[in-house]
Design a protein around this ligand. Structure first.
Ligand SMILES: Cc1cc2nc3c(=O)[nH]c(=O)nc-3n(C[C@H](O)[C@H](O)[C@H](O)COP(=O)(O)OP(=O)(O)OC[C@H]3O[C@@H](n4cnc5c(N)ncnc54)[C@H](O)[C@@H]3O)c2cc1C
Length: 582
């Protein structure tokens, strides 16, 4: 395709925020409120209409002043398998209530009691949740950011960060309508580009293609944490394109049944049952599948008018979608719904400190662009981390002076960005994506792990990297974006698999060949960065003795495997899992 495109340079940006989700929008708002004069927020779609945030299912996990803060830190730390940066988790919990108040001030409609207090209701997890009215949240935030002078640029797909002498000095990318190339020079940059589910059945995540991880990796930022997550995957309707809502359906009392009609979550997790955390739900889905007891069905046929009324209020779109396929008729669930885990969510995120500063000067990260150890999954943590990152970036912009120019990088990056357009006959990105999905999405690769299976998946990913990516071709700007996305997803998969193979234990994700949680050798974070064109891997000890919550320094059968063993599903032989069916 012969493109007549121009290169535009935008100078004088104090804080550049990359992303259009809740983390990015909070970062932009807070940078502006902290005194940054020029704050530019860039999204590859439209701010507030992309990524996970705008699809969120009406639920916010907030720590209220009357809650037991220590207990909540303990629970989130455990949910992270003790790999949490506990100081960041505590900051987040303490700030989450402030953020809730701000959401309300910015015009977000939250569910309130008649006396003006927040209505807290049961959801997944031990603490009650706050609810909001679905898509209205991100619309309010976008408009509020605009009202205080945040400049928003939509449809600009950022391909790379700019750097000079080891400092980040902005970013470059192409506009998806005009094709024009943009170089944005900024004193400080916040990366809030979200996570990834490898474009699987999870709604709202096709924009989340690991771009931020790859951009940061290419300029030598330190990444970590891709192999572990408080949310290894989500669980979604398998055959109906209905996404958000599991928390709410489970909160209202829906159950999961295996192919024998058994309510298996009651057996594995008698206390919280279907309201257990996602690591448990995903693990037991996998175990049931491995035992030949899939498909898993959600049953909500017992819901009465009161429950249905609340669902129609909080989740109008999913409910209407259920109606359109006959699952819901005359205001009642009439059929069960098949569920399965989504693609794995893996976050080899930018390693950050308490200010959400990365180890690369002038680069900050927020939300799911950070590793799970720093930012737990969910709107509240994305927002609190965004707020801190924005404030820190404004401070950096004030103190750090102007970035110099980048020594001709823009031309080189432009050439690289447009390269697939010169190969319209090349490989189509969707075919490469399918290959990648086939390598990493099957449940027995990254959700039910085993060293040899992961090594085989890595080999397939490396073949894609070496043989397919150089041949990618694009007919137009739409396909150009898809080429970059699949390239970034391939890197994300490679980094994740390498780290997952390296972590020789089960923490909150099942590993058959290492079923023990090893708190002697594996209270460690795995790190990677690109140095001189090579991947440099290392581990860092978690400063667990300086944190309030610490597990016993011993190796013991992981709690997920114990729950399965207690049900007679598995046993341990020669340090490996043996399945009862074998
Ligand atoms: C279906 C669904 C339901 C959920 N329900 C809930 C819920 O009820 N409650 C809850 O607490 N959490 C929920 N979550 C999780 C929650 O939505 C996420 O944790 C949170 O939104 C993450 O926010 P984020 O800003 O980090 O990322 P995202 O919202 O994913 O934003 C990432 C942004 O980066 C942009 N971007 C990426 N790459 C580029 C690039 N190259 N150039 C420019 N822009 C780029 C994307 O367009 C997007 O705007 C849900 C998630 C999903 C998918």
């Amino acid at each position: 395709m012969a493109l007549q495109v121009q290169t535009h340079t935008i100078d004088g940006i104090d804080v550049l925020v990359i992303g259009g989700g809740i983390a990015a929008t909070f970062a932009a708002i807070k940078a502006k409120q902290a005194g940054a004069r020029r704050v530019v927020q860039v999204d590859k779609g439209t701010v507030g209409k992309t990524g996970n945030s705008c699809f969120a299912a009406g639920v916010i996990h907030v720590c209220f002043p009357e809650d037991d803060l220590d207990d909540r830190v303990l629970r989130l730390t455990r949910a992270q398998g003790y790999l949490a940066q506990q100081d960041l988790i505590r900051d987040h919990l303490q700030e989450s209530h402030v953020i809730l108040e701000e959401l309300r001030r910015y015009g977000v409609h939250l569910v309130m009691n008649t006396d003006g207090s927040y209505r807290r209701m049961a959801g997944r997890g031990a603490y009650p949740i706050v609810q909001f009215f679905s898509t209205q949240l991100m619309d309010s935030l976008r408009k509020y950011a605009q009202s205080i002078g945040v400049e928003q640029i939509n449809r600009l797909y950022l391909t790379d960060l700019l750097s000079r002498n080891g400092e980040v000095t902005g970013a470059v990318g192409f506009h998806q309508h005009s094709g024009d190339f943009h170089a944005l020079r900024a004193r400080a940059t916040v990366l809030a580009t979200g996570s990834t589910y490898y474009k699987s059945i999870h709604p709202g995540q096709r924009d989340c293609s690991g771009d931020g991880f790859a951009m940061a990796y290419r300029i030598g930022a330190t990444l970590g944490g891709g192999e572990q997550n408080d949310q290894p995957a989500n669980a979604m309707p398998a055959r109906v394109d209905v996404g958000p809502g599991m928390n709410k359906w489970m909160g209202e009392g829906a159950y999961f049944l295996n192919s024998k009609g058994e309510r298996f979550m009651v057996r594995y997790s008698p206390k919280l049952k279907e309201r257990s955390g996602l690591p448990q739900i995903v693990a037991f889905f996998c175990i049931e599948a491995r035992m030949g007891r899939a498909p898993i069905m959600m049953d909500a046929r017992h819901f009465g008018p009161e429950q249905m009324g609340r669902l129609y209020q909080m989740l109008p779109l999913p409910q209407r979608e259920f109606e359109s396929v006959g699952v819901v008729q005359d205001g009642k669930f009439r059929k069960t719904v098949e569920f399965c885990p989504t693609g794995p969510t893996t976050r080899p995120g930018v390693v950050v400190d308490r200010d959400y500063a990365s180890r690369t000067p002038r680069l900050f990260a927020a939300g799911e662009a950070c590793p799970p150890s720093a930012v737990v999954t969910g709107l509240a943590a994305a927002a609190t981390s965004g707020a801190r990152a924005g404030t820190s970036a404004a401070r950096c912009a004030r103190d750090a002076g102007d970035p110099g120019d980048e020594n001709g990088q823009v031309g080189e990056l432009r050439e690289r960005a447009f390269a697939p357009l010169a190969r319209p006959e090349g490989l189509e990105s969707e075919h490469v994506l399918l290959e990648l999905q086939e390598a990493v999405i099957p449940y027995d690769v990254l959700l039910l792990r085993e060293g040899r299976r992961m090594a085989r998946a890595l080999q397939r990913v490396e073949t894609i990297r070496d043989q397919d990516l150089p041949m990618l071709g694009a007919y137009d700007l739409h396909y150009l974006r898809l080429c970059h996305e699949v390239k970034n997803l391939t890197l994300t998969a490679e980094l994740t698999l390498k780290a997952a193979i390296e972590r020789k234990e089960t923490r909150n994700i099942l590993r058959e060949d290492y079923p023990f949680t090893d708190n002697v050798n594996w209270l460690k974070w795995i790190r990677v960065r690109q140095e001189g064109g090579e991947q440099k891997w290392w581990t860092e000890d978690i400063p667990i003795d300086t944190y309030p919550v610490a597990p016993k320094r011993e190796a013991e059968l992981a709690y997920l495997w114990k729950m399965a063993r207690d049900q007679g599903v598995v046993s341990v032989k020669d340090g490996r899992i043996e399945w009862a069916s074998e």
